[in-house]
Design a protein around this ligand. Structure first.
Ligand code: NQM
Length: 353
């Protein structure tokens, strides 16, 4: 099933329909999505990391969950499939997909699906309308970065037991740039845009075209990966990099996020959860630029196509380290197409250029 989940789009599969062996599965998914090729012209992918995503869903053996969700990022121009990151946008489609495929019985009005994210074991609950026992995708909820409106999917993340600051520090300095390395579901490096010589309100295209900036970010990311205990991150999609600047439209902060090579046209859900948490930690990079609301967990994160509202409460553990208490977000999702995909045959590829 091809679905839009939040501001991303992906192919959703039942695990039983894919090879059990991860190498065979990934080789098949490259052919399904049309990678490696900048345009993914011979497959389902849309030629951008945000439209080259896969969800693999199966009944869960964990009594706390109804279904397991494995997220796979399929690279566009390289033969790479990685299971080393999560995706909160594609997550928004997992509940509806589970009902569509009969993995979870639909309620008469609403259905709550408890989802275990396979890579981390973290849990989330997605709640959405199922009038008469069928998923209804229509509604009046608007999310920035998606034209029109659709039915809301409320996603509530259960607090994990991971620490928010993987380097153990609120601030580090990498390559002369002050950074806060945060992980609230997505390892992310927060930096003030100004410290990199940019404003932070530029378009994604302008930032992607600034090679002095992108070279610098590449070097910072490799170093940050080591500091965050992620090892050599040259071939992985985490950590992401978020540039922070003062808000311009009544929100808490402006963001430009590299995922990690392309600049996001909006922001990932868990990426935004990391920004919101980072800004709430005293002394975090960007906290001085932010206009945080008092008396509310809601943080409005501005991004290139609007804003994303995320509820994020943090506290401290017994050792005094910051931890996430609650993270919740409203997204929309939509079934686009349900059918049979015909993967490109397995054969050696010539360079498509
Ligand atoms: O951070 C893009 C997206 C994402 C990830 C990326 C996401 C999240 O918008 O939860 O959703 O960071 O590669 O799909």
């Amino acid at each position: 099933m091809l679905m839009r989940g939040g501001t991303s789009k992906g192919a959703y599969f039942l695990a039983e329909d894919l090879p059990a062996d991860p190498d065979a599965r990934d080789a098949l998914l490259l052919r399904v999505m049309g990678s490696p090729d900048e345009r993914q012209i011979d497959g389902l992918g849309g030629g951008h990391p945000l439209t080259s995503k896969v969800a693999v869903v199966s009944p869960s053996t964990d009594p706390r969950a109804d279904v397991d969700y494995l997220f796979l990022q399929v690279a566009v121009a390289e033969s790479v499939v990685t299971d080393r990151q999560k995706c909160g946008n594609i997550l928004a489609g997992v509940g509806p997909f589970a009902v569509e495929r009969g993995l979870v019985p639909a309620g008469e009005e609403r259905t709550a699906v408890r989802i275990r994210m396979v890579d981390s074991g973290d849990l989330a609950t997605a709640t959405f309308a199922t009038p008469g026992g069928r998923v209804d995708y229509t509604g009046d909820t608007e999310i920035a970065g998606v034209p029109g409106t659709a039915a809301p999917v409320t996603v509530e993340f259960s607090p994990g037991d991971g620490v928010l600051l993987p380097t153990g520090n609120v601030r580090d300095e990498i390559d002369g740039i002050p950074v806060t390395c945060v992980d609230n579901g997505m390892p992310t490096v927060l930096m003030a845009a100004a410290s990199l010589g940019v404003g932070g309100h530029e378009t994604p295209e302008a930032l992607e075209g600034n090679t002095a900036l992108t070279d610098r970010l590449h070097a910072i990311r490799l170093e940050a990966g080591r500091h965050m205990g992620l090892g050599d991150v040259a071939d992985t999609t985490v950590p992401k990099l978020t540039l922070l600047a003062p808000p311009r439209n009544g929100g808490a902060i402006t963001t430009r996020t590299f995922i990690p090579v392309r600049c996001h046209t909006s922001i990932g859900v868990l990426g935004a959860a990391g920004v919101a948490a980072g800004l709430r930690i005293e002394g975090g990079v960007g906290a001085d630029l932010a206009h945080l609301p008092t008396g509310s967990d809601r943080v409005r994160v501005e991004h290139p196509t609007g804003h994303l509202d995320i509820e994020c409460g943090i506290g401290t553990d017994a050792a005094g380290r910051p931890v996430a208490r609650r993270t919740a977000v409203v997204r929309t999702a939509r079934k686009i197409f349900d059918g049979t995909v015909f993967p490109r045959p397995a054969q050696p590829l010539k360079d498509p250029r």
